[in-house]
Design a binder for this molecule. Structure first.
Ligand code: HEC
Length: 393
């Protein structure tokens, strides 16, 4: 992890701390096409999730916060963007080999946290955000509220993912997923130095049933034993890696049993359904363990059937056969739903969950269902962009 941090450090430190000198073209760091209409105008970030103190108990969090993200592909990784999108990004060539990232490809993703309360823009997470890099965002607060005017607010850069195609370290999946989180108490001279490893994951531990008591140890996952407390509150199922921005804990319903803030995912679990069905123009399975929704609405079936505003994801039981569909090890050439015509996108979720859907929305027939139906416009409630779960407040 130190080597990965070092490898991206020259560029990342500029991006974090000296935006005036940041030049993505000179760094050969590239962004994806088709997300433009969703990007805010200063750093080009786009909205990702929202969290409140249900996700971060006993950490002193005083507000609900929104998260914004920004992904960059290094030169080798960006070659796969080119193979799929070609020069004009209008006619993607959807073939398994085009989505494959070459050995050594590195993709990074920064997550910026911003208070949702227009009146509480500072000191909203005492101790935790202190000294973190601050980025101005030109967005409406609270985000997604109809008619709220845009303004410049400061967010904190709290998470920085680094994933690398490394088939030696990760023979079963081809990828190592790693993330750094901000630690106000870490040694170092600036906010980049204080980004510490939360952990690394190179597989989903399909042989480890974490529903057992006590849960057996994981073998394809490492968590930093001295990671900052807040960042350990959002780890995934059985302690599999997931970061504070990632939404690996959700309110789920298994039969009649409601489980709040239940760990039901991980970095590689959530990225494993990255696939595209080129005739139906969508991903056939959702990010999180769930049953597909036969009706319009969120991509997973709400529980019980039929209530669009129902707050719980209808989930298979933790540790069951259906649940383990989301905790398998497979290479990025193999689609999550085999024999369905789906093409695997090599774990890349921007392709599968954002850029291909936005491309199809723009060039496909006009009467398609809303793209991000998980946040219906004008709805009183607000939704987590990834899980689709309505927010507590
Ligand atoms: C609950 C789902 C979920 C979890 C957990 C999750 N991600 Fe993602 N990730 C996504 C989605 C969806 C996208 C694409 C859309 C976006 O960026 O808004 C994405 C995008 C990314 C990207 C950009 C390139 C790509 O593959 O699309 C990186 C890098 C990344 N995630 C790393 C991580 C790491 C590292 C972790 C764990 C520390 C993690 N993710 C956990 C859902 C998840």
């Amino acid at each position: 992890m130190a080597a990965l941090k070092d490898y991206v450090g020259g560029n990342a430190r500029k991006l974090f701390l000296n935006y005036a000198s940041w030049d993505a073209a000179a760094a050969h760091w590239y962004t994806e096409p088709w997300l433009g209409s969703r990007r805010e105008s200063i750093h080009g970030t786009y909205s990702a999730g929202n969290f409140d103190d249900q996700s971060f108990p006993n950490t002193g969090l005083k507000v609900t916060f929104d998260t914004h993200v920004l992904t960059y592909y290094d030169e080798r990784a960006a070659y796969s963007l080119h193979k799929v999108w070609k020069a004009d990004a209008m006619n993607p060539e959807i073939k398994t080999e085009n989505f494959q990232f070459d050995e050594g490809s590195v993709i990074v993703k920064a997550a910026i946290f911003v208070s949702d309360d227009p009146k509480k823009q500072s000191d909203w997470w005492p101790g935790v955000t202190q000294g973190a890099a601050q980025w101005p965002l030109y967005i409406a607060i609270p985000e997604g509220q109809q008619g709220a005017a845009r303004t410049v607010v400061n967010g904190y850069v709290m998470q920085f993912d680094i994933i690398v195609k490394d088939s030696v370290a990760a023979p079963k999946t081809g990828w190592v997923f790693a993330t750094l989180v901000y630690d106000a108490d870490a040694p170092g001279k600036d906010a980049w130095d204080k980004m510490v490893p939360l952990g690394a994951q190179w597989g989903n531990d399909p042989d480890v049933n974490s529903a057992l008591n006590p849960p057996p140890p994981l073998k394809e996952n490492w968590i930093n034993p001295v990671a900052p407390f807040y960042a350990t509150q959002t780890l995934g199922w059985g302690g599999r890696l997931s970061g504070p921005n990632d939404g690996a804990r959700n309110n789920i319903q298994v039969g009649d049993n409601v489980m709040l803030n239940a760990p039901d995912s991980s970095c590689m679990s959530c990225h494993s359904p990255a696939q595209w069905q080129p005739v139906q123009h969508k991903m056939l399975s959702f990010l999180l363990p769930s049953y597909p929704n036969p009706k319009a609405g969120p991509p997973f079936r709400p529980c019980p059937d039929g209530k669009p505003d129902d707050p719980y994801i209808c989930s298979p039981a933790p540790g069951s056969k259906d649940w383990f569909r989301w905790f398998q090890d497979r290479l990025g050439t193999e689609p999550f739903d085999p024999d369905t015509g789906s093409i695997a996108t090599d774990f890349d979720m921007v392709f599968a969950f954002k850029s291909l859907p936005m491309w199809w929305k723009a060039i496909g027939p006009a009467d398609q269902p809303a793209l991000f139906a998980i946040r219906p416009s004008g709805a009183a409630k607000r939704y987590n962009e990834y899980s689709g779960a309505p927010l507590a407040r």
